[in-house]
Design a protein around this ligand. Structure first.
Ligand SMILES: Nc1nc2c(ncn2[C@@H]2O[C@H](COP(=O)(O)OP(=O)(O)OP(=O)(O)O)[C@@H](O)[C@H]2O)c(=O)[nH]1
Ligand SMILES: [Mg+2]
Length: 341
């Protein structure tokens, strides 16, 4: 059986609670003749809210439980007792959630910040008890109104992870190895392509306790926009980043030309979204511990006119240059990027 460990797109059915019916009853008490109507109102139905929680990073829970129902309101009772209000339902969702109406594909809302809540389905109001219908010529009404129906919606949820930096590269370029070195995350690394199948977020913590979130995503290959490899759909997870790292296997271990890799990566980003291709970026030349990397590096600089940060993620060489460049980009002081090259 295929195990599901990550879900970034789900369809959910949310049902808010119905309002409780109003009640028709009359006060009957010893020594109180003609006590009058005493039917209470129904309680309101519970609302359904989405609430962003930074400790949740996937829509897996909703994938396994797509039907979410808030409680109905209780019926009104005699002796003017109001029905119990239905409890609101708060569904925890990851930050960076985009919500669409399933039928029309129309945008409904976006939830970005931790703790942010969004009302997605309104509970129905409670019905009125018979005490509301007393008039001068009808002192003993038996009328009451039913509770209102709660809203029901079918929504499509799409997660666009919120990170500051996105790692983009061909499979096996060393993206996950770099994230292991930079952050507290421990994505799996292995010498075969497509080791990373789902985005992984790592937090880089600097000496002055500043923090940045770095997203490692699956490898991109030439033709990804036509569905080759894992396609390019997962690029939406770096849409919200402010800086991209093009991680290039400078030793060409898999027999590709690093310059071609670089141009293909840029091309794939452009096919996905023009704005992503124009995002600020840095080129990281990885695997420079291998002898072939030096010749490739010189050729790369000449042909692309880029000055990559030369590192070996596996050996931990040059990691401080990457950290410095990151720090400089996000928390600029009086330094230039060249200081880190
Ligand atoms: N020699 C050398 N090998 C490296 C270096 N960085 C990563 N590797 C190796 O390259 C292989 C692939 O590394 P990963 O970090 O899994 O590559 P990835 O880019 O995350 O690959 P996918 O998840 O498949 O996209 C692993 O066997 C690493 O040990 C490096 O600097 N030097
Ligand atoms: Mg990986």
């Amino acid at each position: 059986m295929k195990s599901v460990v990550f879900k970034d797109r789900v369809k959910v059915y949310v049902n808010a609670g119905n309002g409780g019916d109003g009640c028709a009853s009359f006060r009957r008490e010893k020594y109180v003749p003609c006590g009058g109507p005493s039917g209470g109102d129904g309680g309101k139905g519970g609302h359904v809210y989405f609430q962003a929680d930074k400790n949740i990073d996937s829509l897996l829970d909703l994938y396994f439980k797509p039907h979410q129902n808030a409680a109905h309101g209780g019926k009104g009772q005699s002796k003017d007792c109001h029905g119990r209000n239905g409890k609101d339902l708060y569904i925890k969702v990851p930050c960076g959630l985009v919500i669409f109406h399933a039928e029309t594909d129309e945008g409904f809302a976006e939830i970005l910040e931790d703790g942010e809540t969004c009302l997605v389905a309104k509970g129905g109001c409670g019905g009125k008890g018979n005490c509301h219908f007393v008039t001068s010529d009808n002192r003993a009404p038996t009328d009451w109104t039913p509770g209102e129906q709660g809203e029901s919606k079918t929504l499509c949820l799409e997660l666009k992870i919120i990170a500051d930096v996105g790692l983009v590269g061909f499979p096996n370029a060393g993206k996950s190895t770099l994230l292991n070195q930079l952050s507290d995350a421990h994505p799996k690394t292995a010498p075969y392509p497509f080791t990373t199948l789902n985005p992984v977020i790592g937090t880089v913590i600097f000496d002055d306790y500043q923090r940045l979130r770095v997203a490692d995503i699956p490898g991109l290959i030439d033709g990804a926009h036509q569905g080759v490899g894992l396609g390019h759909d997962f690029l939406r997870h770096i849409e919200r980043t402010k800086l991209l790292f093009f991680v290039i296997d400078m030793a060409g271990v898999d027999g590709r030309d690093p310059v071609d890799d670089y141009f293909h990566l840029r091309d794939e980003l452009k096919h996905y979204k023009e704005s992503l291709e124009q995002r600020p970026f840095l080129v990281v030349a990885n695997k420079t511990d291998l002898p072939e990397a030096q010749t490739h590096l010189a050729d790369f600089q000449k042909r692309t006119e880029e000055t990559p940060l030369a590192i070996s993620a596996d050996q931990g060489l040059g990691i401080e240059k990457v950290q410095g460049a990151l720090y400089h980009h996000f928390f600029p002081k009086d330094m230039t990027c060249q200081d880190y090259l």
